[in-house]
Design a protein around this ligand. Sequence first.
Ligand code: IPM
Ligand code: MN
Length: 359
Amino acid sequence: MYKIAVIPGDGTGPEVIAEAVKVLKAAADKFKFKVDLTTFDFGAQRYKRTGETLPDNAIEELRKFDAILLGAIGHPDVPPGILEKGILLKLRFELDQYINLRPVKLYPGVETPLKNKGPDDIDFVVVRENTGDLYTGVGGFSMKGTPQEVAVQSAVYTRFQVDRCLKYAFEYARKYGKKARGKGEKNTLALCGKTNVLTYIYDLWERAFHEMGKAEYPDVAREYYHVDATCMWMIKNPEWFDVIVTGNMFGDIITDLGAIIQGGMGIAAGANINPEGVSMFEPIGGSAPKYTGKGVINPLAAICAVQMMLSTLGQEKAADAVEKAVMFVTANKLKSLQAGKMGYSTSRVGDMVAEHVAG
Ligand code: IPM
Ligand code: MN
């Protein structure tokens, strides 16, 4: 029995979460486990009604669950930053979800904007550090509003944060890297940084990376790429990558690039993981206000978030079945992954995946 907190959130969040829950229930039936779902109304509507992003007891409540499934946070009526910082980032930080895991995998039948690249070429994972860097809010203004105004926002990393992220990434590469999947000669972890300019924080990352790799993971090959070059190679030779580990800001940026080469926001999912605590799973596409309420948004990203949730909970067979069902639907059913162009409604896509999981 798993206790799952569900936060549908804003915009198209509730529509895609309904389909994700449908698939979760189908997987639970098929693989004989139980899920107990509790829905929370955090998001723009609640904020507009109460002036509160997260109630005081929310974090303590959420700690009691085995996992959290999140739809989307963000609304055009609320100024940027309020809901993102007050809900999404607060949950990541307070629950110490220090890993943001983002697979970049092109499924069969899905169109990629990369010429001459297919599912064999686009299949890697980004391990994004999720609690440090420019996201810590360290900084401030002085002389705000004057011509002499100064704004500072600092990238902050501690050795502790870097080491725990690297440990997760090395373990992940060892267990799920390309060789482990029969796809390459070795499992490889690439550090994505900017050691030529950010000579403090990425110096720390690079030293920690090689120290840990040498001492504890001699079986995992190590590579290093600057972030700008990473962007270039992700487009030109995505097949080079296996597991990439990087800081929070670069991870945010390169995973949007990753999402586009795997077919777009309709399919891209992410997991905010606290390996010792409660993790949260989400489609990474946001609230898509222009498609809200139309039944045309693609629910596959939210369904892929369920797949990651099942895998993290240790239900590997159920996770595989969900992934295979998604692959069946992309390969045989959908005309496109784009909202409104799938050839089916949001709920029909959810039905087709759920039916395939049920077998
Ligand atoms: C993401 C998003 C968030 C981030 C925003 C909404 C705060 O872009 O999950 O990648 O920057 O982490
Ligand atoms: Mn992002």
